[in-house]
Design a protein around this ligand. Structure first.
Ligand SMILES: Cc1ncc(COP(=O)(O)O)c(C=O)c1O
Length: 230
């Protein structure tokens, strides 16, 4: 629920854009209820946008692309050599040992499934209950220990080795229910300005947030739960 006034700037400040490598589609505009807005992708783990340098390398490789290790023609031999070079570079990047092998897969899910199949049967696997389902599901034939989701935000942070005052951490993590209550009229006003175009699901979310804030939110932990459920 972001009020229109909080719309993102059309361009990032120079200090930020100067430090980020260029990605394909960085100027993408997407339709929203309040008009076109710049698309910002916050998921750089799985759905990572491609770097422009990657796009250029792929375009270059496509000029001589052919099957890897399955052909004797010139293009096949060039592509196979590049494939092996990529394998060596990835190995070096991740610190692979001389007798390790880098295996390219199609996706994260594919990698987990492959790993689950090759691990010895008696292996014990530890996962966090908060993991993506592709990480939780593949371990059928192994003993798995699912570690619980931390009970509070502070509990989830491992600050060992950091010289940071606990009071500063608490302040950084503080959610103020009164501030949320004060913002509710603004949110309602914003929804009203959009009229019938606001989907019922969003209205319902706002109503239930109002209800929880009005009744049983006592402290910032409760609000954190409210926000997580949103
Ligand atoms: C945290 C996380 N892990 C794994 C995956 C699955 O990745 P893939 O689509 O490459 O199988 C995703 C997909 O969004 C993800 O967000």
């Amino acid at each position: 629920m972001v009020p229109a006034s909080a719309a993102l700037p059309a361009t990032l400040p120079a200090t930020v854009s100067a430090t980020l490598p260029a990605t394909v589609g960085a100027d993408l505009l997407v339709p929203t209820l309040t008009g076109e807005r710049r698309y910002v992708n916050l998921d750089h783990a799985a759905s990572t946008p491609a770097l422009e340098t990657v796009q250029a390398a792929v375009d270059r490789a496509l000029q001589t692309y052919s099957s890897v290790h399955r052909g004797a023609g010139f293009a096949s031999r060039v592509t196979s050599a590049w494939y092996e070079q990529a394998r060596a570079e990835v190995g070096e990047f991740v610190g692979a040992r001389a007798d390790d092998t880098v295996v390219f897969t199609r996706s994260t899910t594919d990698s987990w499934n492959l790993l689950a199949r090759v691990l010895p049967r008696r292996t014990v696997v530890f996962t966090f209950a908060s993991e993506h389902h592709s990480t939780l599901l593949p371990w059928g034939r192994h003993r798995t220990v699912r570690l619980p989701v931390p009970s509070s935000t502070e509990d989830a942070l491992d600050l060992s080795g950091l010289d940071i005052d606990p009071a500063v951490v608490r302040k950084l993590l503080t959610v103020d229910p009164d501030r949320w209550r004060r913002e509710l009229p603004q949110l309602e006003e914003h929804y009203a300005s959009l009229g019938d175009r606001v989907p019922d699901a969003l209205r319902d979310q706002l109503k239930s947030l109002e209800k929880r804030l009005a009744s049983n939110v006592r402290d910032r932990e409760d609000v954190a739960v409210v926000l997580r459920l949103e």
